[in-house]
Design a protein around this ligand. Structure first.
Ligand SMILES: [Ca+2]
Ligand SMILES: [Ca+2]
Ligand SMILES: [Ca+2]
Length: 146
């Protein structure tokens, strides 16, 4: 997969705090397409689960079933390139770990990682129909980016 995904799925408030260079990789339409596996124009929790479960495997470099800070950092570096100042990357890293550790037990296993992304995606479900349309996803990012 050549497109960065991790940064795009970071907590939106965090993305807004990134420098413009990093925000340029926020290609909402591209993300949307990647997640909408059945191409029906909506992203469901099941689609997020499938996508993130397979993404988790690519991030778990040592294959121990957990993401540690080094593995998450490697993903952030790959997603953002070298343009991000180290201290901002550190903040993104800390925030990401805390966010991915969805049940707060200090570990990021696949279920925790998946749950965090489902929760994040579903913040865009403004009309509460259980799925996220491209319009909702765009609206989320515009609203929160201000
Ligand atoms: Ca779909
Ligand atoms: Ca690991
Ligand atoms: Ca919706």
């Amino acid at each position: 997969m050549k497109r960065p995904t991790a940064l795009l799925l970071l907590p939106i408030a965090l993305c807004a705090s990134l420098p413009a260079t990093a925000q340029q990789v926020l290609d909402i339409d591209q993300i949307f397409k990647e997640h909408d596996a059945n191409r029906d124009g909506f992203i469901t929790a099941a689609e997020v689960r499938a996508f993130m479960t397979s993404h988790f495997k690519t991030l778990d470099l040592d294959g121990n079933g957990l993401l540690d800070v080094r593995e998450i950092n490697a993903d952030i570096v790959r997603s953002t390139g070298a343009e991000i100042p180290a201290e901002i990357r550190q903040r993104v890293l800390a925030e990401s770990f805390r966010y991915y550790d969805f049940n707060g037990d200090g570990r990021v296993d696949v279920e925790s990682y998946v749950q965090a992304h489902i929760a994040m995606m579903m913040t865009a479900d403004f009309n509460k129909d259980g799925k996220v349309s491209l319009e909702e996803k765009r609206a989320l990012h515009q609203v929160r980016a201000e």
